[in-house]
Design a protein around this ligand. Structure first.
Ligand code: ATP
Length: 515
């Protein structure tokens, strides 16, 4: 745990020091759970967005994009269920005055029991070696059985209090489990209350004529209300998808995990409209496709897992999360939801407009079913950034900090250095920058010794460093150094573009999805 916390602290300070993420309005001591992307961060974020957009829109003939507005007609949120049901249960500890999400307190408690089971399994594995059979151990070991029973009982009761909105029962559950406040250590809890997560604001000049509107809490509804416009004007045939990236806002109760849980964040969502009855097949297929997208970035299959939901949202008939191994453990990175025809039907009802598709093959109209894939761009940023940040021991006994970002996502693809600031070397280096910048984001640096410049680019995540020296003037070649292997090679200036392209080209990376 301590190791995880240390790694998370390193992520936070590195993100600031290397110009990736700043706290919003830092000079005023910041605004809780709101962050700004800095000069490198904005490039990484843009590259992740593009990598997603290319995979989802450009590579699929039957998926198109839109960019809907953040403010929508307020009835949208009545129809979607957000006005009535987009709530989180909150509870305060009277001694520490800290606020928690009641469901998260219970889930964390349950996860601790699970961790104990995992510990027992790891111990037994060591003891029995190859002869160890995990299934048998789980089925017979008394400690594991007792703990698993406790987990199951918690899950049943947690699902019940959530489904029935039984707030008194929620508090009772927290008390029965003896959960105490991580800050004060006390069990002195307030009642559990429901808290709506939407940010409201007003449209219109005067108080009398103004209308209450909301900052959208998800981008999906902008797609649903445009479903028929896109289908008709794009002459789309089912199955087809509409993709969108954009800001969403949630007044999160607990916001203490950097850009993992923000009050203003960005989503990348795709709603896929299918014939009723085929949703299960599409749900399975999108689960697989989305996992492949993640795996194509090479961050290790062991860092992803599916979590199928026991408790389904009011609109879903199946739902799963792709969880990622963040510095604070496995947590939701992306959701894949089979949303049935709930949203389109609700918008039909509230708007009085038909939102149906005429299927020529079937010769009938119907409200399509929807399978959605929904990923937080900021969470994806955190996943990539935290996994990339490594402290590497070197052969000479020292170590280096290196940000091994997937090259396709790196903010700068190459840094170009003159060995010294004289003898015509800066001119050659600047000419290389001038040539390469048409194809890649590149960086020029002439300050400090070359070794120091290498270290700076390693830590900033730049895949290549290119050094111009005195020989370059004679033989039109330079030294190119690879961030991950630290290998240095002499290559012709004329070949630089192809060498860099081979490593950073989106095509090379996305094709891994087909492997
Ligand atoms: P959580 O359970 O973590 O609150 P959620 O299930 O409410 O998330 P969804 O409504 O399914 O999340 O949203 C889809 C995706 O949007 C999530 O998988 C996540 O990546 C991202 N997301 C949701 N809330 C936030 C937030 N407050 N900050 C950053 N990203 C978020």
């Amino acid at each position: 745990m301590a190791k995880q916390e240390d790694q998370f602290k390193k992520v936070l300070s590195h993100a600031k020091e290397y110009g990736y993420v700043f706290q919003s309005s830092e000079i005023y001591d910041g605004l809780s759970a709101v962050y700004d992307y800095a000069q490198n961060g904005v490039e990484l974020k843009k590259n992740i967005r593009e990598y997603w957009w290319k995979a989802m829109v450009q590579m699929h003939e039957n998926i198109v994009g839109i960019d809907a507005s953040i403010l929508m007609h307020p009835t949208t949120w009545k129809a979607s269920g957000h006005v009535d049901a987009f709530n989180d249960p909150l509870i305060d500890n009277k001694d520490s005055k800290k606020r928690y999400r009641a469901d998260v307190l219970v889930e964390d408690f349950r996860e601790k029991i699970n961790e104990k089971i995992q510990k027992d399994i790891t111990k037994a594995k060591k003891r029995f070696g190859d002869a160890f059979n995990e299934e048998e151990f789980r089925a017979t070991n008394q400690n594991v059985l007792r703990r698993q029973k406790q987990i199951d009982e918690i899950t049943v009761e947690l699902t019940r209090v959530q489904e029935e909105s039984d707030l008194a029962g929620f508090k009772q559950l927290i008390e029965d489990l003896g959960i105490n406040c991580p800050v004060s250590g006390s069990k002195n809890w307030t009642e559990v209350k429901q808290f709506n997560l939407m940010f409201g604001t007003q449209i219109g000049a005067s108080a009398e004529s103004s209308t209450q509107v909301y900052l959208r809490p998800e981008t999906a509804q902008g797609i649903f209300v445009n479903f028929l416009n896109v289908q008709k004007t794009g002459r789309m045939k089912i199955p087809f998808g509409i993709a969108q990236t954009g800001k969403a806002f949630r007044n999160e109760i607990v916001a203490r995990q950097f850009i993992f849980r923000m009050r203003e964040f960005e989503q990348m969502e795709m709603q896929f409209f299918v014939k009723p009855g085929t949703q299960k097949q599409w749900y399975d297929s999108w689960k697989e496709t989305r996992l492949k997208w993640h795996l194509s970035l090479g961050m290790g299959a062991e860092n992803y897992r599916f979590h199928d939901h026991d408790k389904l949202a009011h609109y879903a008939d199946a739902a799963a999360d792709i969880e990622f191994n963040f510095p604070f453990g496995f947590k939701e990175l992306e959701g894949i939801h089979s949303r049935t025809d709930f949203d389109l039907k609700a918008h039909e009802e509230y708007s009085g407009k038909k939102l149906q598709y005429f299927d020529h093959e079937e010769n009938k109209s119907y409200v399509p079913y929807v399978v959605e894939t929904s990923i937080g761009l900021d969470r994806m940023f955190l996943a990539v950034f935290s996994k990339a940040l490594q402290e590497e021991a070197l052969d000479n006994g020292t170590s280096r900090t290196v940000l091994k970002l997937p090259a396709v996502l790196a903010p700068y693809k190459a840094a170009i250095f003159p060995l010294v600031k004289k003898d015509g070397l800066p001119e050659v280096a600047k000419q290389i920058v001038a040539d390469l910048k048409w194809d890649f984001n590149v960086f020029y640096d002439e300050k400090d010794a070359v070794g120091k410049r290498y270290r700076r680019q390693d830590a900033a995540g730049t895949p290549f460093c290119i050094t111009v020296d005195h020989d370059s003037l004679e033989d039109q070649s330079v030294t190119i150094r690879h961030r991950d292997t630290m290998e240095q090679k002499r290559v012709a200036i004329a070949d630089l573009k192809d060498i860099i392209k081979a490593e950073v080209d989106v095509k090379t990376w996305l094709q891994k999805m087909e492997a």
